[in-house]
Write a protein that binds this ligand. Structure first.
Ligand SMILES: [Fe+2]
Length: 328
């Protein structure tokens, strides 16, 4: 797909592979059934590090903790999808916000696993590289921290019982920001790296990509033709199961006919929320504070969007062959 061929109109013309009638009449009961035995669990938030009033972030963090407390399992890791810290960040790796908005907000007693983070546009916007350096350098400055951001883009291999479970490619989607972004050289290097990683023989049943900016979104920021031009064809070619993003302050799930990838947005972690547009794409979009729960076995990958009251708003299951079905 050439860059010129991608436009909002073209994307809107895509036919959706979900059925509204299929969704109608289903209860949330399936989404609220106990997790599969032996499943691995992960929680995910984006756009969480608001600067100022922390009511939204605190409400979501409390809901995540209650969700874990009642569940009987511990999340193996948190995924932090960017816009980790809005606004000024004085002190760098010793900024007090590390404690108030990260380590105390998501306490180790509840979330003992690593916290895998990627960069959002607001992580680039202080002076303009001081915050960037702090996020990339925090783990080195604070050995033992759960914070994990070894580079702007990196690979994770999730395992279950010692066997490969999911290959996760964590990307920097900052192609254009108002203050700073990836350089042309970095964009090129990352794209080469992404192609090389996707070409490697797959050993895990699941292939997942995460970046801050969505390719497709019903939110305020809309679709992103630039990253779509670079990445969408790769997702199709290599049958990427999921692309998880944030940036728009809502929760979404978009599907497209004959596209192997489920596009999921989890941007309700704390910043003020906004209602998505109704543009016919779906099956789900809602502007609400909340988080996303991933329940993974080699046979099934379940995604649940929950609000700050822990209500399951939307859930679906995906199979390794890239088919999916709603659970709500
Ligand atoms: Fe953003």
């Amino acid at each position: 797909m050439s860059e010129g061929s991608i436009s909002r109109r073209a994307v809107l013309k895509q036919t959706f592979c979900f059925s509204a009638s299929l969704l109608a009449g289903r209860s949330l009961a399936a989404a609220e059934t106990p997790p599969a035995p032996g499943a691995s669990h992960f929680l995910m938030i984006g756009d969480w590090g608001w600067n100022g009033d922390l009511q939204g972030q605190s409400a979501v963090a409390r809901a995540m903790a209650r969700h874990v407390g009642d569940a009987g399992w511990k999340p193996e890791a948190l995924f932090l999808l960017g816009d980790n810290f809005y606004g000024p960040f004085k002190g760098g790796t010793d900024c007090p916000r590390w404690k108030t908005q990260f380590s105390d907000m998501y306490p180790k007693s509840v979330f003992p696993g690593p916290c895998h983070a990627i960069l959002g546009n607001h992580d680039y916007d202080d002076e303009p590289v001081a915050k960037l350096a702090a996020e990339l350098g925090y783990a080195k400055a604070h050995p033992g921290t759960r914070w994990n951001m070894p580079a702007k883009w990196y690979r994770l291999e999730l395992t279950q019982g010692g066997k490969p479970l999911a290959s996760v490619l964590m990307l920097d989607s900052n192609y254009h920001n108002s203050v700073a972004s990836l350089t042309p050289k970095e964009k090129s290097e990352q794209l080469s790296w992404l192609k090389a990683e996707l070409e490697k023989p797959r050993t895990a049943p699941w292939l997942v990509v995460m970046g801050h900016h969505p390719l497709y979104s019903r939110g305020k920021h809309g679709d992103n033709p630039e990253i779509t031009a670079d990445w969408d064809e790769l997702f199709r070619k290599h049958k990427v199961h999921f692309y998880f993003a944030g940036h728009d302050h809502d929760l979404q799930h978009l599907e497209f006919e004959k596209h192997p990838t489920s596009f999921v947005i989890s941007g309700g972690g704390g910043a003020h929320v906004r209602q998505p547009e109704e543009d016919g794409r779906g099956p789900f979009a809602e502007g609400v504070h909340g988080f996303t729960h991933l329940e993974i076995t080699p046979q099934r990958f379940v995604v649940r969007h929950l609000d700050a009251n822990r209500k399951v708003l939307h859930a679906f299951a995906k199979l390794p062959d890239c088919s999916w079905s709603p659970l709500s």
